[in-house]
Ligand binder design. Structure first.
Ligand SMILES: NC(=O)C1=CN([C@@H]2O[C@H](COP(=O)(O)OP(=O)(O)OC[C@H]3O[C@@H](n4cnc5c(N)ncnc54)[C@H](O)[C@@H]3O)[C@@H](O)[C@H]2O)C=CC1
Ligand SMILES: O=C(O)[C@H]1O[C@H](OP(=O)(O)OP(=O)(O)OC[C@H]2O[C@@H](n3ccc(=O)[nH]c3=O)[C@H](O)[C@@H]2O)[C@H](O)[C@@H](O)[C@@H]1O
Length: 446
């Protein structure tokens, strides 16, 4: 929304949220305090905030005022009842629809920006059209394809913008045109794709499933590499040069994280099952099974390499965010690796350049594996990477932060207990140099 405001100074954009603390942070005069760490975001907010970009908790007033409403609320995996652990929980979406239906006095275009199961627009329409207050609604699907860490660049230079709507009516086409115009102020028209609403909704789940599948596919090959003498980095390069395969998203890793891949694939699996398409469901579920295995395998390999026990040993974890250049930790592989090692009675010390201590404890507490007190006794969060590695038996790199490559690794080696083990869960370090320093070095898939 900040980028839409930046690129359309004549459009008033009001971001409303029921979370007062978040809105206060978005309004903080000190741009270092906005709630999301994302390269370039504070500059965009600085340019547009107060001009045509506003942050508020006055949800009703903003609905009343708006011609177009983007529903962008969370759609987490359902944690209760039918579809628990698989289906998307649509209660926040429905609450928004009911609020829009209650408040609106003029016609609105309602845009699904959240990632939603295919055919959600039907349910939204049903709620909105049955209020009897004579307001006309057009429902569009406009999924978001940005990735965290590169969000601003992804938004400024999108591969495509996807807009789904009712292509069978004039009103539907007009609504789609109105949204096309918003994006057309900076995106070339040929990159703005319009489809029917169901294709748009399902394209988003499909895109995330395909991307996650690439990571699980290369991670599956990484284990085979470890048994055969092949090097997964060389394989990624070799297959990525095939233009039909493409070179992106082929980095073997400790496993993908983030708030969306797992949630969206589980949702896809649930939808397929609900239509009785068990083979389709099983096919996509395997992407998640492989990812869970990769996280477990990485942690188990640390235990095995450290002579089958990490009990009482200090393990330094470098990186907690689910990828570099973000402070988001949702579903980060680091959480699961730490939990596994804690179950083996390791002593964990964590360094991440952007994630707060409070967040790290909250992530571990959320798992419920042990008490909050135990998590604080067993896990220490340190703001200096060199202190983090001091007297450690092993280091595990869990996020590919650029700064890790530039550390004084010889200095770190000197501070560690020997043999000094270094597990590179992101394949970002040069194995030869690290081995020359003296490290017992392990990477993924080599
Ligand atoms: N985070 C990402 O990079 C991307 C997220 N998405 C999708 O966007 C949606 C939102 O994701 P995030 O922003 O990450 O979630 P989030 O959980 O960080 O933010 C959702 C916000 O909605 C607010 N909210 C909930 N109910 C509300 C209501 N009734 N009225 C006003 N505000 C309400 C919450 O307070 C919260 O601040 C999800 O469907 C996700 O799949 C899609 C592409 C990228
Ligand atoms: O729907 C969403 O929320 C978004 O989900 C992903 O974006 P995001 O999760 O922010 O980040 P990615 O760059 O996709 O990385 C996801 C995870 O995969 C891992 N990954 C990625 C690429 C790779 O080669 N190897 C790998 O392990 C990353 O480290 C990270 O943990 C998609 O890339 C976005 O297009 C989509 O909009």
């Amino acid at each position: 929304m900040a980028v839409i405001a930046q690129k359309n100074p004549e459009i008033k954009v009001t971001v409303v949220d029921i979370n007062e603390k978040r809105i206060a942070a978005w309004n903080d005069q000190n741009l270092d305090n906005i709630p999301i760490y994302e390269p370039g975001l504070s500059d965009v907010v600085k340019e547009a905030r107060g001009r045509n970009l506003f942050f508020s908790t006055e949800v009703d007033a903003a609905i009343d005022d708006a011609e177009m409403i983007f529903i962008s609320v969370n759609t987490p995996t359902k944690a209760y009842g039918i579809g628990k652990g698989m289906a998307a929980d649509l209660k926040y979406i429905e609450l928004c629809a009911r609020q829009i239906a209650r408040v609106s006095k003029t016609d609105k275009i309602v845009v699904e920006k959240s990632t939603l199961p295919v055919r959600t627009a039907e349910a939204l329409k049903n709620i909105l059209d049955n209020t009897g207050n004579g307001v006309n609604y057009q429902i569009l699907s406009n999924p978001e394809f940005l990735a965290e860490g590169t969000a601003i660049d992804d938004l400024h230079n999108p591969d495509r913008i996807l807009i789904g709507g009712n292509v069978d009516t004039e009103e539907g086409k007009e609504a789609m045109e109105a949204l096309v115009d918003v994006y057309a102020s900076w995106v070339p028209k040929e990159q703005i794709l319009t489809t029917n609403v169901w294709s748009s909704e399902l394209s988003k789940l499909t895109a995330n499933a395909f991307l996650a599948q690439r990571v699980s596919s290369i991670n599956a090959m990484s284990e085979l590499c470890e048994h055969t003498g092949a090097d997964v980095n060389e394989i990624s390069k070799a297959i990525g040069m095939d233009s039909r395969i493409g070179s992106k998203f082929l980095n073997a890793s400790v496993g993908f994280g983030g708030s969306c891949f797992q949630k969206d694939i589980l949702n896809l699996v649930y939808i397929a099952k609900s239509f009785g398409l068990n083979e389709v469901a099983d096919y996509w579920e395997q992407v998640i099974i492989m990812n869970d295995y990769q996280k477990r395998r990485f942690a188990a390999n640390i235990v095995k390499t450290l002579f089958n026990t990490v009990s009482g040993k200090k393990i330094a974890l470098l990186g907690w965010a689910f990828k570099k250049d973000t402070n988001d930790t949702r579903e980060s592989a680091a959480i699961y690796v730490a939990d596994y090692l804690l179950n083996e009675q390791a002593e964990i010390v964590v360094y991440d350049p952007k994630v707060t201590e409070e967040q790290i404890y909250a992530d571990l507490d959320y798992l419920g594996t042990r008490t909050e007190l135990e998590n604080r006794q067993l896990v220490t969060v340190v703001k200096d990477p060199y202190l983090t590695c001091d007297k450690a038996h092993a280091i595990a790199i869990l996020t590919e932060w650029g700064e890790f490559k530039d550390f004084d690794w010889a200095n770190i080696y000197d501070k560690m207990l020997k043999p000094a083990f270094l597990f590179d869960g992101r394949n970002i370090l040069n194995s030869k140099i690290k081995e020359k320093i003296g490290f017992q070095f392990r990477a993924i898939g080599v």
